[in-house]
Design a protein around this ligand. Sequence first.
Ligand SMILES: [Zn+2]
Length: 315
Amino acid sequence: MRKSHAHNTAQLPVPTMEEVSPGIYAYVQLDGSWGLNNTGFIKGQNGLTMIDTCFTEARTKSYLDSVRRVSLLPMNTLVNTHHHGDHTHGNYLIKNSAIIGHELCRETVIATGLQSLHPLFPNVTWGNLELAPPTITFKEQLDIYAGDNDELKIELIYMGPAHTTNDIVAWIPERKLLFSGDLIFNQGTPFVAMGSVSGSLQAIKRLRLLGAENIIPGHGSVCGPEVMNDIEDYLTLVQDTARQAFEAGITPLEASRQVDLGRFAHWHDSERIAGNLHRAYSELRSEPIGSVLDLRQIVSDMVSLNEGRPVRCLA
Ligand SMILES: [Zn+2]
């Protein structure tokens, strides 16, 4: 069902900084697998608006060095697309910045702390991480401005629950450009165990209506809106598989072993199917959307699918 990968970073491409639109940059860390997220920033009149940070101290420091090769303006605004550590762990390294996120992002960063991922990623060198949750929160939408003369509008829009309970996107209508956070993985398996399968499908519908031409996904290369088709098809497969397996009384792990992932089998981190099925089962049991599932069970199932090895994390 899946390819195995050697656990070393030698085969990884060097992260790239790309100006995707004048004054708007994407920092892409391929191959986009566990912990290898994308970030970016938008130049303003007097400062930079940063979108997300990285998983480890070393990765955020490398990212900030790359930013400094483009601009020396102060990094005075930081947006978190959601609470996950690969998007927020490095917040503390951007000193004196306002940190903006959904109110549930702040809550979840604080509740989750910095240790919760250690069982899932036993081989990661974290550095001296410090907890730095959002300091400015909102519920549905917040508009901020950057660009020349600070006239470029960036709409921060709540799209959760989807990948998590607290996903927001940064949509720049004038450029038809979207920072999607982890609502979009390009060439990676979506992971919705901490959010919602049905909510993710809803979010994709809403994202389509924005009319983005360029998307900086949470993981994987910069892309166009066509990647949404595959994500929708994959999540529909998750729902269909869950419905049949749930009725047949088999566990998410068994269903994960039996399902034919078809053209999605070549995406990295295909073991995420187990977590996604756990979430789909929860929705079939009519549990509240975004309710907390047993993460240890999900991790254990993903490790089983990975033939007993920890999930692949090269961060
Ligand atoms: Zn995430």
